[in-house]
Design a protein around this ligand. Structure first.
Ligand SMILES: NC(=O)c1ccc[n+]([C@@H]2O[C@H](COP(=O)([O-])OP(=O)(O)OC[C@H]3O[C@@H](n4cnc5c(N)ncnc54)[C@H](OP(=O)(O)O)[C@@H]3O)[C@@H](O)[C@H]2O)c1
Length: 263
């Protein structure tokens, strides 16, 4: 792991609350993720914290760490290199306990591209689902042993019902969402918490060039909602919150109507 000292001043907690000391060590899987970084920006990270940014490109990871008020450590991580994920967990936990893990690696590829090139569909599923499963499972076991920790899983509102316009992405997120819920149940009583995040359309790098869907949001708003949820006891957070009742309604739309949706 490569260590860099953040150039910025350590930011103290706004109100000196007890939660100020948490989290001391954070792992962001997908260390350049706009949403992942927005979550960290929205949290009151305590003085002396350490953030491990895990990703593929050292230069972009270093740039991502520049504004963090913590010691930044860079860790190589490829979500599709499934066999490397136990060693990744070993490397991170050998340096000390981890309080918070944010699983934010993901890709969005157009359904038209996937229809022409199924290998891309495989890559999408591996990045969004399989790679998160193989990375998070060994992390969860290490957190179970330390009897503490929080795992944030970036699911999506797309997990709720597959749309013909992006059903491969929806299928991968549905799998990840189920994994997150099952993981939460399996960790119940262990001292480890799982927070499942279901954003709708987030205007940002991942959705560049796409027309924003109704109720679209921003990485900053997702970050604020997740930081607030982390301070409470929720197990699921929808962003924006109105997506929750909307999704319940969308589930009830008869299939002949649902399949007519263009997006
Ligand atoms: N944006 C949305 O509308 C939206 C909505 C709902 C849920 N989500 C989910 O939220 C999560 C974060 O999305 P975001 O908006 O922050 O997108 P983003 O800024 O594009 O971040 C995606 C992250 O995934 C990483 N990644 C992609 N392929 C990888 C691989 N093979 N190995 C390791 N890392 C890989 C990227 O790293 P590189 O820099 O190396 O590419 C980047 O750090 C994703 O899981 C996404 O599906 C997003």
């Amino acid at each position: 792991m490569l260590r860099t000292r953040a150039r910025h001043q350590i930011r103290p907690g706004a109100d000196g609350a007890a939660g100020e000391q948490w989290p001391r060590r954070v792992l962001l899987l997908g260390g350049t993720s706009e949403i992942g970084l927005a979550i960290l920006a929205a949290m009151q990270l305590p003085p002396g914290c350490e953030v491990v940014l895990a990703g593929r490109d050292q230069r972009r990871l270093a740039a991502a760490g520049e504004n963090l008020p913590c010691t930044v450590v860079m860790q190589y991580y490829d979500a599709t290199d499934l066999a490397a994920h136990v060693a990744l967990a070993d490397a991170v936990f050998s340096a000390g306990p981890v309080d918070l893990v944010i699983a934010a690696a993901g890709v969005l590829i157009g359904q038209d591209v996937l229809a022409r090139d199924p290998a891309q569909a495989g890559l999408l599923v591996q990045t969004n689902l399989t790679g998160n499963v193989t990375a998070v499972l060994p992390i969860a076991e290490r957190m179970r042993k330390q009897a503490s920790g929080t795992i944030v899983v970036l699911s999506s509102a797309a997990a709720i019902r597959p749309r013909r316009a992006n059903f491969v992405y929806g299928a991968a997120k549905a799998g990840l969402d189920a994994f997150g819920r099952g993981l939460a149940d399996s960790l119940h009583g262990s001292g480890v918490r799982v927070l499942l995040v279901r954003p709708g359309f987030v205007v940002g790098r991942m959705t560049q060039g796409l027309n924003p869907a109704p109720m679209s949001t921003t990485p900053g708003r997702v970050g604020t909602a997740v930081a607030r949820a982390l301070a409470g006891r929720a197990h699921v957070v929808w962003v924006p919150p109105g997506l929750r009742p909307l999704s319940a309604g969308l589930r009830l739309i008869p299939r002949p109507l649902w399949r007519r949706l263009r997006r």
